[in-house]
Write a protein of this length. Sequence first.
Length: 236
Amino acid sequence: MRISADRRCRSDQSPLLDRRGGPKGRGGCSIEFLNNHPGCGCAAAAPPVQEGRSFGFAVALAIALMSLTACRQKMADQPAYRPLQPSASFSDGTSARLFPAGTIARGSIPVAKDIGEEATLPYALTREVLERGKNRFNIFCSPCHGEAGDAQGIIVLRGLRHGPPSFHIDRLRQAPLGHFVDVISNGFGGMADYSVQISYRDRWAVAAYIRVLQYSQYSPIGNLPAAERQRLEAEP
């Protein structure tokens, strides 16, 4: 009795391999069986290969790869100028740009050697200037000098052997404002300079605030307003 190709196809129960270990086709039959029996139902059930669809996918893949290559090349070869190379992007025709007028390097502000003799601020004294000086003083100076300028800062109270002098001694009360700016800029004795921490303008603000602290502890009676002077003189 002869078995039809379709029945022989369905009688093969192996899901992956044929009886001799070979790979199977899409319908479940072996590749060899499908080649020898074109009328097998598995061959009819297998969907045909769409050549046009595969070709379109290949073209899209090629375009994508070309796009990626172009993108990388554009990022790798960025426009740049060599030193002193001409450029049409600027009116002077050069790619080397000059620094804006007045530009200085950070920390390069020259401090005059005779600044310690300056007795007045280089700008107007206002309440805002004193508030700024107080802020900088309390942050950077008060740990040693104390908030009142009496050299009783927390570092001194905790054991610093050679603390700073009080701002209320005669020598420092008579010192010009520039003396304090010079010490902040260059350091003095065991004190390091604070030129990095305190800007040049703020150094003058700190010096002005030190003068306020000195007046708070010692001020000649002649500097007081007339009404205050009379009130103090009337006291026993």
